[in-house]
Design a protein around this ligand. Structure first.
Ligand code: ARG
Length: 462
């Protein structure tokens, strides 16, 4: 592999040490910016032409050369190994000069790699955010399909991981759906702040050529241009916002994964994972392990790590650009790759999950989860809630001693605890009634959940 000529060689008498040169190189990962780097360079070339720095002929040559580099990168997997480059910017420039000669040497006029890399990263991130939003939406679709297909299924709801009150299975699905709706909002919001053009800020002080930055923004489809050149080349808030948004997606995926892992245990027995997303044990023949969900849970930590490394990398930097900032890209790329993969795998798991409905509804009908309904019954009969709570607590203690559910106590037993209890109490204690009464917006009654499913479906179209 031949080594490229440094972009900054003139001032140097000696060669860079090999170990340092390797340490300094970012091409290993920033080659992912090639397409956006070329795109931004074409816009810059047009800017230089309008500014009178390049002739139409030179601009044409540059544009053709850049197109050729892009085509070759798409066609030849070995192309990136063709020269040992410092970074994607020097790779493109070296190839451009090799292709078209002197005109290629004029492209960097009025520009620095500092505004170039900030522009590239914003362009790349815009596409990445659009892609990630679509994948969050797919996971939401998988949750919604699963909820709709199992609208009659119930399961226990938990607090402190203790059985609390029964809920409808689609209500559980929609809880995660909500989290992912907020994630889509957050990514969209982040995109707005990503979509600002730094190009034309040059190294730090602004460009000294009459480049029309608004025209550059239009060509590259940015909504606005940056207002301060020092800030433009040193701002990486948008990277942090992106990785932060990814971190929350990962929090939600990881919590969903944890629920699924728990619910596939023999102890819960609510779900079984498809063979397509589970693995066995090399030693214990009976095992079926939820590796897919465990990896999603595990990879959350990796994305959070990128968040912390970006925060730490930025916090002590003086204005403006510093080479520390080269560390931004691996964090951003890996947060994108990991979050995207985890979304895809989670969708796959959800699309292939087997619900053990009987076991779920059996669990939903045990554990005295209708105790609140009994208290509410007494409240309806005029007892203050605090007293009703106390009374029902004693009834629950009695039922536990007898090893029965509340509805299995006789009316006589119940009445010995409170004379307000009548035969209609058994209706109030039924699973159907328990769900039916949660009828305010956001609750788990069949009517509200039906409406929520419809609203969720509609929201996917927006
Ligand atoms: N590879 C560099 C980065 O990722 C590009 C910018 C380099 N600028 C500079 N002045 N050395 O940040």
């Amino acid at each position: 592999m031949t080594k490229e000529k440094n972009l900054w060689g003139g001032r140097f008498g000696g060669e860079a040490d090999k170990t340092f040169a390797e340490f300094n190189r970012s091409f290993r990962f920033d080659h992912r910016l090639l397409e956006v780097d070329v795109r931004a360079s074409i816009a810059h070339c047009h800017g230089l032409q309008v500014a009178g720095v390049l002739t139409a002929e030179e601009a044409n040559q540059i544009q053709r050369g850049l197109d050729q580099i892009l085509a070759q990168a798409g066609a030849d997997s070995e192309y990136f190994n063709s020269i040992e480059s410092e970074d994607v910017h020097s790779f493109v420039e070296t190839h451009l000069v090799a292709l078209i000669g002197d005109a290629g040497r004029k492209l960097h006029t009025g520009r620095s790699r500092n505004d170039q890399v900030a522009t590239d990263l914003r362009l790349w991130l815009r596409g990445a955010i659009d892609d990630l939003i679509a994948r969050v939406r797919s996971t939401q679709e998988a949750l919604l399909d699963l909820g709709e297909a199992n609208s009659g299924v119930v399961l226990p709801g938990y607090t402190h991981l203790q059985r609390a009150q029964p809920v409808q299975f689609p209500h559980w699905c929609l809880a995660y759906f909500e989290m992912f709706s907020r994630d889509r909002e957050r990514l969209t919001d982040t995109r707005g702040r990503v979509n600002v053009l730094p190009l034309g800020s040059a190294a730090l002080a602004g460009t000294s050529y009459p480049i029309d930055r608004e025209a550059l923004a239009r060509e590259l489809e940015f909504a606005a241009i940056s207002r301060n050149s020092l800030d433009a080349v040193s701002d990486r808030d948008f990277c942090l916002e992106f990785v932060g948004a990814c971190s929350l997606v990962m929090v939600h995926l990881s919590r969903l994964a944890e629920d699924i892992i728990l619910y596939t245990t023999a102890e819960f027995g609510f779900f079984e994972l498809s063979d397509a997303v589970a693995t066995g044990s090399s030693l214990m023949p009976q095992k079926k392990n939820p590796d897919s969900m465990e990896l999603v849970r595990g990879k959350a930590g990796r994305v959070f790590g990128h968040n912390v490394s970006l925060l730490t990398m930025l916090k002590g930097l003086p204005l403006a650009y510093n080479k520390d900032m080269q560390e931004d890209k691996e964090a951003v790329f890996d947060a994108f790759d990991t979050t995207g993969q985890c979304l895809d795998v989670t969708s796959l798991v959800l699309r292939n999950i087997d619900l053990k409905e009987e076991r779920m509804s059996e669990a939903a009908s045990h554990g005295h989860m209708n105790a609140t309904e009994l208290a509410d019954y007494l409240v309806r009969k005029g007892m203050p809630f605090r007293e009703a709570h106390e009374t029902v607590g004693r009834i629950v203690m009695h039922a536990i001693e007898r090893g029965v559910e509340l509805q299995e106590l006789s009316l006589g037993e119940l009445r010995s605890m409170s004379a307000l209890l009548d035969a209609d109490v058994f209706e109030a204690l039924s699973l159907g009634e328990t769900l039916e009464t949660k009828a305010q917006p956001g609750g788990t009654s069949p009517a509200r959940v039906g409406e929520a499913l419809a609203a969720a479906r509609a929201s996917l179209l927006s």
